[in-house]
Design a protein around this ligand. Structure first.
Ligand SMILES: [Zn+2]
Length: 60
């Protein structure tokens, strides 16, 4: 299932809130797991990032 749609740089739409993980996930990442959970740490709490691209908020 790979048409003319191959980009490794999908916008990340979700972020794992696990402090030791903090993985940013794209929809493709979530497709690899059943349900909505972090494929890296298994955490089930993800926050949805803003869909708009281009803006990065840095408040660290
Ligand atoms: Zn995680």
């Amino acid at each position: 299932m790979s048409e003319a749609f191959s980009t490794d740089d999908e916008p990340k739409m979700y972020k794992c809130i696990n402090k030791e993980c903090k993985a940013e996930l794209s929809l493709a990442d979530l497709e690899n797991v059943q349900g909505v959970k972090c494929p890296f740490c298994g955490g089930r709490v993800l926050i949805k990032l803003r869909a708009q691209d281009g803006k990065r908020v840095s408040c660290e």
